[in-house]
Write a protein that binds this ligand. Sequence first.
Ligand code: D41
Length: 675
Amino acid sequence: MMPLQDAAARVAELRRQIELHNYHYYVLDDPLLPDSEYDRLLRELKALEDRYPALVTGDSPTQRVGAKPREGFAEVTHKLPMLSLDNAFDDRELIEFDRRTRERLGRATVIYAAEPKLDGLAISLRYEGGILIQAATRGDGQQGEDVTGNVRTIASVPLRLLGDDWPTPLEVRGEVYMTTRGFEQINGDAARRGEKGFANPRNAAAGSLRQLDPTITARRPLEFSCYGLGDVAGGDLAPTHSASLRRLGGWGFRVSRELAQVSGVEGCLAYFRAISEKRNRLPYEIDGVVFKVDDLAQQRQMGFVSRAPRWAIARKFPAHEEITRLLAIDLQVGRTGAVTPVARLEPVSIAGVTVTNATLHNEDEILRKDLRIGDSVIVRRAGDVIPQVMGVVLERRPACTQVFQMPNHCPECGSDLVKETDGAILRCSGGLYCPAQRKRSIRHFASRRGMDIEGLGDKIVEQLVDKGIVLTPADLFRVTRDALAALDRMGEKSANNLCQALERSKHTTLARFLYALGIREVGEATARALASHYPNLTDLQEADETELMRIPDVGPVVAEHIHAFFRQPHNLEVIESLRQSGIHWDSITGSKQERGRPLAGKTLVLTGTLSQPRETVKERLALLGARVTGTVSSKTDFLVAGEAAGSKLDKARVLGVTILDEQGLESLLAGNGDA
Ligand code: D41
């Protein structure tokens, strides 16, 4: 034990920090710290107060939940308090919850309602005579803020209930949240205006809902999904929680699509696993899964502890934001020469993955966030996206930090860096003289949506370019098997496979070829448009800008890039050399072929017994451009399940892969695009 004096000093410091964070989080909707760090402070304070009860005071942040309402909103006292949820941070705690539940209910197995835990903010909606009359935030659970005007702007909140069999009054509780896409959109808009944006979708939702001006809220992409009830005339809507939610669905509320009934703790664990795997593909952020005893009579039998019901628990995911140190800022040169700063971080484990790098986008972003080398920064890793630096913890800025300065020369080749006229992007002017740009162009050329050369990964390209074996994509087709086999990480077998992949890639389509060339601003869609307009490559090469602009979606900028590309003797030589080495496409029907390959880039897996030979199905799919593989992964677009499909079908369900039966397959083959 430390001396009481030291403990008192630490307690005071923790309270000061926590109060400050509470203010930033609840009042400004602009947190200073990631939740994980905040939780640590609060836990440390609780532990000290437990050990030294003399230090507990009524104004300690441990003595209250939530924060004071912000000035400007009227206070609302909830008719029934809005309870909080207990957390389980691992499977063991979930198993423990189920054990307690079974014991209290005296049952062998309990049926639970399960749904993802939306990361937004809880609100309560009051309907009288089927009309929305009040919306309030949760606040501290007893008292919240009246945000009726703002909530009325949310499209998924019914202003008037459907049907006529609803009770009155009816209080519906749920979560206001923002989709990931909506969040990225408003943050993108903010960045374009030079503003800082929100740290995450939840803060964006909270900040949007707590605008004093509802016209601002109305422009924010908010959603509402319900998960429970408050004051309801006449009591229960149905005997179970899940049936009550379904009734709410019938009156016009959104209910989670993932809502399910699961049986026992095994059901809970399996559901949690399935949602974890699916998490990255959900269009909104979740921070866990909520399990509730489904039977309302059983819920009543269990009751409450302090402010949380005994019949519910949130199985939380590990936090995906942490604080770490910004060690350095390096520059990365992309395929088109764009120079992007990359944060080098002190390794930190975020949700089970060690993060050492994060993207910083551009120089303006570094200035806007005032990031300095040596700072403590908040790093976020969500889903499969590259980790991002969300901001700096100014409170922890050491005395000697270093301001980052963009150099004038390319770190890879020394060429001048030039600022684009229209934006913040700096570009290396070295073109293919720059080894970094060369490597990336070659990777792009070989990529799946380009020439699709399987096995030509980063490490191989790196060596081929560094050794001077490959200077342009055309050189790839001149590399010998022996030269490949001599590379690091290569053996006879992989060299053979790569040779075969190179050979296979020679039969392509004009659209893929054009995309693979890496002409600025020419993505897959533009490449396809170009190929169908100019089935003959020579015609495209000779087209002038006015002519190019007649193609749908080709504006002056794209036309200029295309025109300039084909005016470079170097590019024409590479194209000629590629064609010499045997790259070809069906020249007459180049465009038709592309149009006739609506499944290009799609990956399918076949399983179970189909009514026609598998090879026939494979061939038919291949003709439309699809790739058929043997294993289901998150990259699989469709699983075709025949009779008696087994483990592949299970895996596809878990991963959320679209599943087709034979009829669905036929409709895909008939050209109904995304089935
Ligand atoms: O999706 C959610 N965030 C969610 C939150 C949910 N699906 N269910 C919830 N259930 C409750 C109880 C069991 C107390 C009615 C909740 C919350 N509470 C909750 N949200 C914020 C505080 C409590």
